[in-house]
Design a protein around this ligand. Structure first.
Ligand code: ATP
Length: 313
């Protein structure tokens, strides 16, 4: 097990299938999900890999075929009422009144859920909307609208926030805003569980991740460890174009794995210094040597390879 310590969310052997015209479709299969307390945890995988279904089961919106799920140690959905006050979630976009200000919208929601209205300004501050709280909702950018939605989940002052694809449909500036908001929330001691099909995007904000494909967990752990584990000893070697072939045969003859990428080679099996020496001994001089950039997307591809052909990551 890579993730341990106190867990905000834990599922064991969770399974959910759906009846379809052609039989049953499995949405989530034998899923063991572990979300540590504190920090941002990315729940990542291609479209259709079971993220929303899992979140719906955690929130009592879908019933598992089998398996168990706990939130802060309380079994859900059976004991969800005991823990629901500690959980805030955005699964679908909430509806706000366009003509009302951000503050009025949150006050209405606070009244509806029985939260004191004086909580509203603290929430607006936490999502960075204090300066625009008196403006009508319809004048907000998409990023601000989504931050107000996050604000709505904070009214109950929850310990765990669950966001399903919160950056869907946002432009790069909006995505950046939401990432920063999630980071701030975690830095203030909340646990953020965020799903996304864009692995590279969440990599920048997540402390740890669970990666799923076809309803199954394929990797979990701290982002730094997953990326380091995949990095191995790959080195990108830039060469003069007329030396690529000879360099490839020099390195291949030393038993290294060599892949051509334009006027460069991606070499696995030795570090940069060793690769440089092997080439130099044969009179071939690299123009550039760099450790291969590895991100969660390449970790994902490395783990699934042909299995995911045709799915969008
Ligand atoms: N109500 C349903 N009826 C039939 N199949 C369903 C239903 N809900 C989900 N599925 C199927 O279960 C699988 C998992 O879907 P889910 O929405 O959980 O994936 P996801 O990872 O959240 O994808 P996305 O990023 O597109 O939201 C998919 O194959 C989906 O088609």
């Amino acid at each position: 097990m890579v993730i341990d310590g106190e867990l905000a969310v834990e599922t064991r052997g969770l399974r959910k299938s759906f009846r379809t015209l052609r039989g049953r479709r499995v949405g989530v299969e034998n899923l063991d999900l572990r979300v540590p307390v504190g920090g941002v945890h990315g729940f990542l995988g291609p479209n259709g890999s079971g993220k929303t279904t899992t979140i719906r089961m955690l929130l009592g919106l879908a019933r598992p075929d089998r398996g168990t799920a706990t939130i802060f140690g309380h079994e859900v959905p059976r004991h969800l009422p005991d823990v629901v006050g500690r959980v805030g979630a955005i699964v679908e976009s909430p509806r706000f009144f366009p003509a009302f200000t951000g503050r009025s919208n949150l006050r209405l929601l606070a009244d509806a859920i029985g939260t004191p209205r004086d909580r509203v300004d603290a929430v607006l501050e936490e999502v960075g909307l204090s300066g625009r709280a008196g403006d009508p909702y319809r004048t907000y950018s998409l990023g601000m609208k989504q931050r107000l939605a996050i604000g709505a989940t904070l009214l109950k002052d929850p310990d765990l926030l669950i966001f399903d694809e919160p950056t869907n449909g946002l432009d790069p500036a909006g995505i950046h805003e939401i990432r920063r908001t999630m980071r701030d929330l975690a830095d203030r001691g909340r646990t953020v569980l965020v799903s996304s099909h864009i692995l590279a995007e969440v990599q920048q904000v997540a402390d740890s991740v669970s990666i799923v494909a076809r309803g199954r967990l394929i990797a979990e752990g701290r982002v730094a460890d997953l990326v380091a584990g995949q990095a191995g000893q790959a080195v990108r070697v830039g060469l003069a174009s007329d030396e690529v072939a000879v360099a490839a045969s020099v390195l291949g003859a030393r038993g290294l794995s060599v892949e051509r990428d334009g006027a460069a080679l991606v070499v696995e099996g030795a570090g940069a210094a060793a690769v440089n020496r092997m080439l130099g001994e044969q009179g071939v001089w690299a123009r550039e040597l760099a450790p291969r950039q590895v991100d969660l997307e390449s970790v994902f591809l490395g783990l699934t390879q042909t299995e995911t052909a045709g799915e969008s990551v």
